[in-house]
Ligand binder design. Structure first.
Ligand code: MN
Length: 232
C-alpha cells in the first residue's frame, strides 16, 4: 500500500552526550503545579487535583543552548507568556502505575517552555472551552536535549529558572512542585495508557509573563542542558 499524501516526519529529540534520539509519542502538560504560580493566576493551590492538557508533538521546538532556536511570534494573539518547565520523558508505559513504581517508567529529563497565548486561553477559560488554541500552537513547546536518568539522577529538587534578555523572570525549585513527578505519572496512568515516548511538562513556577519580538529567553534546570529561544 502506498500513502496517498506524504507521511508526517516522526518527532524525535536528541539525547545529551550521544548521537541517539528520543522518539516522542505524546506531550502531556500539568496545569498550576507550583503554589505561587497558581496564586498569580488567581487560584487556591491547596484545593485542586492535578489536571492536564496536551500539546501536539509537532509543536515541539528543539532549542538547545548556546544557539537555541527562533520562536516566530504566533498569530491571533498579543499576549504570549513564557512558562519554564521540567520535562519528564517516559521510557516505559502502562496503566495504573503506582507512585512507588513510577520512577521506573522515567527514561530521562529535559528543560522545556510551555508557551501560552494567554489572551486566547483566558477567553477559553471564561467560556468553559478547551485550551488547545491557547496552548497547542506551532512552536509552543521549546525543549532541550534529553538527559538519561543515569546521568541526571531522579529529579526531586534543583533550581529551575528563566531569564529574558539577561534579567531573571522565573526562579523556583523542583522541590516546590505540588504534585511530585511519581504522583503525576501515577495519576496520568489512571486516565491514559501511558506509552514509551510520552513527555510530561510538569508545570511552571511563578513569574510568567509576556514576551515580545526580539526577546532572548534562557531556560535552565539544575543538572540539565539549557535552552535558548529568540522571539522573532
Ligand atoms: Mn505550563
Amino acid at each position: 500500500m502506498v500513502n496517498v499524501i506524504k507521511a508526517p516526519e516522526p518527532i524525535a529529540i536528541p539525547v545529551a552526550g550521544s548521537d541517539d534520539s528520543f522518539p516522542v509519542h505524546r506531550v502531556f502538560c500539568v496545569g498550576r503545579n507550583y503554589a505561587e504560580h497558581a496564586r498569580e493566576m488567581g487560584h487556591d493551590p491547596d484545593r485542586e487535583a492535578p489536571f492536564f492538557f496536551e500539546k501536539h508533538t509537532s509543536a515541539l521546538l528543539f532549542a538547545p543552548a548556546p544557539d537555541g532556536a527562533n520562536f516566530p511570534y504566533p498569530q491571533k494573539t498579543s499576549d504570549v507568556h513564557h512558562e519554564i518547565e521540567l520535562v519528564v520523558a517516559l521510557g516505559k508505559g502502562g496503566n495504573d502505575i503506582s507512585v512507588e513504581k513510577a520512577f521506573d517508567h522515567v527514561w530521562g529529563y529535559a528543560v522545556g517552555i510551555d508557551f501560552t497565548r494567554r489572551d486566547l486561553q483566558g477567553v477559553a477559560k471564561k467560556a468553559g472551552r478547551p485550551w488547545e488554541i491557547g496552548k497547542s500552537f506551532d512552536h509552543s513547546g521549546p525543549i532541550g536535549m534529553i538527559h538519561p536518568i543515569g546521568e541526571s539522577g531522579h529529579m526531586a529538587e534543583g533550581h529551575i529558572r528563566l531569564d529574558v534578555n539577561g534579567e531573571r523572570r522565573q526562579d523556583g525549585n523542583l522541590n516546590e512542585l505540588i504534585w511530585k513527578i511519581p504522583e503525576i505519572i501515577s495519576y496520568l496512568s489512571e486516565l491514559f495508557t501511558l506509552q514509551p515516548g510520552d513527555l510530561i511538562f510538569t508545570g511552571t513556577p511563578a513569574g510568567v509573563g509576556p514576551v515580545v519580538k526580539g526577546d532572548v529567553l534562557d531556560g535552565h534546570v539544575e543538572g540539565l542542558s539549557s535552552i535558548r529561544v529568540t522571539v522573532t
